[in-house]
Design a protein around this ligand. Structure first.
Ligand SMILES: [Zn+2]
Length: 415
C-alpha cells in the first residue's frame, strides 16, 4: 500500500515536471506545434448484434456515416471482460495482472487510478506535449494531472456508493477524491453544464420489481435518458470550449440497459414476461440515442480529425448452462438477463471503428485481428510516439491507406 502511494506521488511529480518542461520548450521555440486531432468515443459494451439491424434500417445515420467513410470490425477482448479491466487495457496496453486493475474490486478496494502500475496513455501523451481531454472514462477516479483536463467516469465514488459496486453520483456528490482536473474546472462545469451524473444509473434491485415492473422500467429509463442528455451536453460544451489534441469520451448507459432489458425471447434464461414485455425497444433505443450523441460529437469535427469509436466488449443473453448466481449483479441484488464476462472473451467481441485522414474508407475488417491491446499503441502512432516496451498490443497498420506512414496525419497536415 505504502509503495503504491509513493509510486503515485512520484509519478505525479514527474508528470508535473514534464508539463512544465513542455510549456517552457513551447515558449522557447516560439510557435506551437500542430498536432493531429484524435477523438475517441467509447460506447460501453456496444454490441454488433444490436447495431447491425439498426444500421440496416437506417436508424443510426451518424454511425452509418462513420462506417461508410472508415474502417470497422469486431474488437477482440479478453477473458471475462468487464469495464474497469478493459478500459485500463485501453489506457496501458498491458494485461490486468500487470497494470493492476484486475476488476471492479482489487484486494477488496474499488479499482482506482492510484492502483495503476503501468503508465497510462493520458500520461504518455501529456509528457509528449499532446493536450488531453477526457470525460466519463471508466476507472479514471480519482483524476490525475494531465496536459489538459480529466473528468472521471464509472467507479467514481460518492453518495450511496458501496465498495466495488456501481453507483451514479452527481458532480456535487463525489467524495473520497477529485472527479475533475484541474479543480477549478468543476465550478465552471456546474455553471455551464449543470450538476451532471458522472456515470449511468444503477439497475433496479430485485426487491423493487415484483408488482411494479411497468412503473420501474419507465421511471428508470427516464433517468437514463436524462443522464445521457447531461453527458451529451457535457461533451458538446467540452468540445466547443476546451478543444484538445486528444479527446476521450465514454457513455455507459448502453451496457447498463442491456444487462436487464436486452430484448430476449421466452426461451432465454431469466425471461420474465412481466418485465421483459414492458419495453422491447429499451435496449435498441439506447443505440438510437447514442447515435444522436455521436451526431453532436461529429458536429465539432473536421476532415482532419481522426475519430475512433470503440467498445470494451459486447453483451449477449445468458446461456442455458449458466449457474443461478450469474443471474444477479450489483453484489447479488439485481437480476440480469445478459452479460459480458463470459470465460471466452471471443464470445463477446467489442466494436472498433476508425475514420479520418490516412485511414481506409468503407473497409470492413473480418475476424478478430484487432484487439483491445492495440488501441493505445495505435493512438500513440497517430502522434508519432513509439509505444513503450511494456505495451503488448500493436499499431493497427491495416487500417491505414499507407501502411508505412510514421504518423498518419503528417502528410495531410497543412504544414
Ligand atoms: Zn464495459
Amino acid at each position: 500500500m505504502i509503495t503504491w502511494k509513493l509510486k503515485a506521488s512520484q509519478y505525479s511529480l514527474l508528470l508535473a515536471a514534464f508539463l512544465v518542461a513542455g510549456s517552457v520548450r513551447g515558449q522557447e521555440v516560439g510557435k506551437p506545434e500542430t498536432k493531429p486531432r484524435v477523438v475517441v468515443f467509447g460506447v460501453n459494451g456496444a454490441e454488433w448484434d444490436i447495431l447491425k439491424p439498426l444500421l440496416l434500417r437506417g436508424e443510426m445515420p451518424n454511425l452509418a456515416h462513420v462506417i461508410q467513410r472508415g474502417v470497422s470490425g469486431k474488437m477482440r477482448t479478453i477473458s471475462a471482460p468487464n469495464c474497469p479491466k478493459i478500459y485500463s487495457i485501453f489506457e496501458t496496453s498491458t494485461p490486468p495482472q500487470e497494470n493492476g486493475i484486475t476488476g471492479f474490486l482489487v484486494h477488496g478496494v474499488t479499482a482506482n487510478t492510484s492502483m495503476l502500475r503501468t503508465q497510462p496513455l493520458w500520461s504518455l501523451l501529456s509528457q509528449s506535449g499532446v493536450s488531453v481531454g477526457m470525460a466519463n472514462v471508466p476507472a479514471t477516479f480519482p483524476v490525475k494531472p494531465v496536459n489538459g483536463y480529466m473528468i472521471s467516469g464509472m467507479l467514481t465514488r460518492g453518495k450511496d456508493c458501496e465498495d466495488g459496486v456501481l453507483c451514479s453520483p452527481k458532480l456535487s456528490e463525489v467524495s473520497n477524491g477529485d472527479a475533475v482536473y484541474p479543480r477549478n474546472m468543476a465550478p465552471e462545469l456546474e455553471k455551464n453544464v449543470g450538476d451532471f451524473h458522472i456515470d449511468c444509473a444503477r439497475m433496479p434491485e430485485a426487491k423493487d420489481l415484483p408488482g411494479h415492473e411497468v412503473a420501474t422500467v419507465y421511471s428508470w429509463l427516464a433517468k437514463v435518458t436524462k443522464i445521457r442528455e447531461e453527458q451529451r451536453k457535457l461533451f458538446d460544451y467540452l468540445l466547443a470550449s476546451h478543444p484538445t489534441d486528444f479527446t476521450f469520451f465514454v457513455q455507459s448507459c448502453e451496457d447498463r440497459v442491456g444487462h436487464w432489458l436486452y430484448p430476449i425471447q421466452p426461451y432465454n434464461v431469466g425471461y420474465n414476461a412481466r418485465l421483459h414485455t414492458v419495453q422491447l425497444n429499451a435496449f435498441p433505443d439506447q443505440y438510437r440515442a447514442m447515435d444522436k450523441v455521436l451526431g453532436t460529437i461529429l458536429g465539432h469535427l473536421d476532415e482532419n480529425t481522426i475519430l475512433l469509436i470503440i467498445s470494451d466488449h459486447g453483451i449477449k443473453p445468458l446461456r442455458e448452462s449458466e449457474s443461478h448466481s450469474t443471474h444477479m449483479d450489483h453484489g447479488g441484488t439485481t437480476p440480469i438477463i445478459a452479460k459480458h464476462d463470459f470465460e471466452d472473451g471471443d464470445d463477446v467481441p467489442g466494436v472498433f471503428i476508425a475514420m479520418g485522414p490516412g485511414i481506409k474508407k468503407g473497409v470492413r475488417v473480418t475476424g478478430l485481428p484487432m484487439s483491445v491491446f492495440d488501441v493505445a499503441p495505435t493512438i500513440l502512432h497517430f502522434y508519432g510516439i513509439t509505444q513503450p516496451p511494456q505495451m503488448q498490443g500493436r499499431v493497427l497498420t491495416e487500417i491505414f491507406e499507407n501502411k508505412n506512414a510514421v504518423s498518419i496525419t503528417a502528410s495531410s497536415s497543412p504544414d
